[in-house]
Design a protein around this ligand. Structure first.
Ligand code: ZN
Ligand code: ZN
Length: 253
């Protein structure tokens, strides 16, 4: 019997459209050359789709599948909206955020539930911990159980515990803000395409793998944050998006 073929996806990374260091085109070209093991990726800037939609519109140019997405600031923490091409409102409850994502045709993944350095996440930690069953009822499809950028000891282990107790699929992702961190966290799934990945998430058969960003990437990112002090960390810079080719593949879907 033939062995199943596995794909490897990194579904959480940032460009200069939010607080990453690389413009979208540079980032995609970097992945094509340096991350050949990745079969699917999603660019998930904070609350802006511009770079992700540009990547999605240009996906035929790259040797990996590109899933459109965005990292949404909900009232109850960060939620990754995957397979969405329309904006998802900020500052809703998790339940309403998940509903908006499903309405837009996407899947909702709770990002880094134990990222204690983030105030908006920290204030929800006890709620996640005490009401884990409610996460599935709220409409979440998966939980990020490996976030390679986290430095708080135990944060990924607790996230894995949470996903298990909540009965939700798991994802591993880099949350890369610098190119060298891409692929540090990955989601392993049966198949190769983005559609295979979506099916695996729905079936709950994904596996989360990876560890931490290489040390150098923390240094590069912190330097970038310091240099960007003049702008808020989540400011958007649409000018970093190359012109979208016309006609856009998005208009057909
Ligand atoms: Zn986040
Ligand atoms: Zn992020």
């Amino acid at each position: 019997m033939s062995q199943p073929i596995f794909g490897y996806a990194d579904l959480h990374m940032h460009t200069t459209a939010s607080d990453g260091v690389q413009p979208v085109r540079d980032l995609l070209e970097y992945i094509a050359v340096h991350c050949r093991h990745l079969t699917a990726i999603a660019i998930t800037d904070h609350n802006v789709l511009d770079a992700s939609l540009w990547a999605y519109a240009n996906k035929e140019r790259y040797p990996f599948d590109i899933i459109p997405g965005v990292e949404v600031n909900s009232r109850d923490g960060h939620v990754l909206a995957l397979w969405v091409t329309t904006p998802i409102p900020k500052h809703l409850s998790i339940r309403d955020t998940a509903a908006a994502i499903h309405e837009a045709g996407g899947l909702a993944v709770l990002a880094h539930p134990f990222h204690l350095e983030l105030k908006e996440v920290r204030k929800n930690v006890w709620r996640y911990w005490n009401t884990f069953r409610g996460l599935k009822d709220a409409g979440l499809d998966a939980i990020e159980t490996i976030n390679a950028g986290l430095v708080t000891p135990g944060s990924n282990r607790y996230a894995a515990w949470l996903a298990q107790r909540a009965g939700l699929a798991v994802t591993g992702r880099s949350d890369a803000h610098t190119p060298g961190a891409i692929g540090a966290g990955i989601t392993r799934y049966a198949g190769q395409s983005g559609d295979d990945l979506r099916q695996a998430l729905i079936a709950g058969t994904t596996q989360a793998e990876g560890s931490r960003w290489p040390l150098k990437e923390y240094v590069v990112f912190l330097k970038h944050v310091r240099q960007s002090k003049a702008m808020p960390s989540l400011v958007t810079r649409p000018s970093s998006i190359p012109p979208t080719p016309s006609p856009s593949p998005l208009s057909n879907e």
